[in-house]
Design a protein around this ligand. Sequence first.
Ligand code: TA6
Length: 309
Amino acid sequence: MQYDIDRLNRQLDADGQITYVRGPGDLVIAEIANEAASASVSLYGGHVLSYRRHEGQPVLWLSGKSWYEIGKPIRGGIPVCWPWFGAHPTDPSLPGHGLARIHCWEVLEAAAPAPGVTVLTLGLRNSPETLNLWPFPFSLRLRVTVGSTLRLDLTTENPGHRAITLTQALHTYFAISDIARIRVEGFDGCPFIDTVGGANRIGTQQGDITFSEETDLVLLECPGDACVVDPGLGRRIRIAKEGSRSGVVWNPWIAKSARMPDFGDNEYPGMVCVETTNAPGDEAVIDPGQSTTLTAIILTDDLVSARGD
Ligand code: TA6
């Protein structure tokens, strides 16, 4: 897709709160800044790359080794995994985590509805290329709301005559102080599938999730909020959601990091994924003419507790 940056900056700048620039790999990036926060969004992949409140620290993690190349996913930020999560259920030759994050999205709308709030809406529709990957017509919209919180609404409309079944994720990479010092709250008592090494071991989460090795958990029956508690950075990151009863918590640790060319060998301590999903077992089914929305709301607040954690 060719972008007319001058037109974008003239017509879709949200009253001057969005500037479109050419970034790494010549990808077009929407740089968002208002009185509350700043963010950046790659039009390739519909991919939120960064977010921070002015008084806060960066919330999202990006690999220093990420690709910025059409056809390859960006490593970090908030990849849009759609219309399947993980490997394709029947054809392993198809792109992992679906097609949305490796296609160029168009800018549908840009608005500044209130002080300290900027809304950027991106769209992706079926094309001959997507139909080769996934044989269904679709209209996908990602609404990114940047303010004192970061909100993503991923809406799929089914314009076709057949029901469609999605697995999907807002695959958020959070910036943390040290994977060995943080914990993830919100999944106590939830059934999980441990997918490390393809074992797919079933279990039930006991208490908070902490990390001492590669961790790759698909958690089910978890409609509530999750929270990354980071004593090192003195903050909590809360992840609220709508349209999801599942989640994924992932850190590649040492060996898997070394196997990923777009992930630095020593980067794993500084990130954790807490993903807002419709994972397998929590699929979204959309009847003809209907739509479904997956929402993630990210809030940060300072860590103040009697325990001093
Ligand atoms: O969400 C966890 C996961 O499915 C991991 O298994 C790991 O593969 C990660 O996603 C990253 O996948 P990617 O295709 O972006 O390398």
